[in-house]
Design a protein around this ligand. Sequence first.
Ligand SMILES: Nc1ncnc2c1ncn2[C@@H]1O[C@H](COP(=O)(O)OP(=O)(O)OP(=O)(O)O)[C@@H](O)[C@H]1O
Ligand SMILES: [Mg+2]
Length: 247
Amino acid sequence: MTFTYLPTGITGLDDMLDHKGIPSGHTVLLSGGPGSGKTTMAIQFLFQGATQYDEPGLYISLDEDPADIKQNMLNFGWDLATLEDEIRLMFINVSPVRSGGSERPGLMQLGMKEFKLVKLLEAIREGIQEVKAKRVVIDPITMFMLQYPDEEERIHALRDLIAELRMTSCTHLLVSELRGTGVDREYQFEEYLSQGVILLRTHQKGEKLVRIAQVEKMRGVNIDPQPRPYDITAEGIVIFPELPVFR
Ligand SMILES: Nc1ncnc2c1ncn2[C@@H]1O[C@H](COP(=O)(O)OP(=O)(O)OP(=O)(O)O)[C@@H](O)[C@H]1O
Ligand SMILES: [Mg+2]
């Protein structure tokens, strides 16, 4: 199979992806601990897509109010509201945290009660059509999976979601929470189901806590599987693909 690739726009990450990026159409898990920069990286992927590569984006928020995200991301110089006005970016809020009556036109709201696979997919399809999205983020899928307390049902629900996402022509980032960040951690089933996995973790090095990014897998790409240090800077996430973590 021959792929076309989407440069992620995350400094250093494409170097770990054979200098190419994510194969177009892939569903990739972006998994990390609390505050590791998952939302920042996911928004960076959409922002760079919309501004550098003329690829509109769709962000499905299952946790944080999009108004807060837009405010926080101004920190990195990313003016998401303008991209929204230009119909190059769209937010869909399925968060239980509602932001009152001051929603911008075009921002969709779903209630938690209706928040089932079918409704989620309907919202995604509508959003994709509306902005002609090429890049889609669901942040975090944990909220979706919590709806299925039974593990077997949960695996099937995620498998169904990924199968449906593959029918769109978009490339997807599924943000997830990483349980246990040590080297000997147990793998989570979502890592097996996704076509790619990017991990954001921390590592204690002497007295210092180092942030490490790792491409665990990316089907169809000759990856650099080594953990590499990264920083959250004023320009967003920066990975150092030449630097070792362990030596
Ligand atoms: N300019 C900056 N320089 C350095 N760090 C920053 C900067 N701006 C924000 N941060 C840090 O980035 C961290 C990550 O934010 P982000 O919301 O992307 O993480 P997350 O993994 O999505 O977190 P959560 O698990 O809460 O969803 C925050 O804890 C914040 O301290
Ligand atoms: Mg987040």
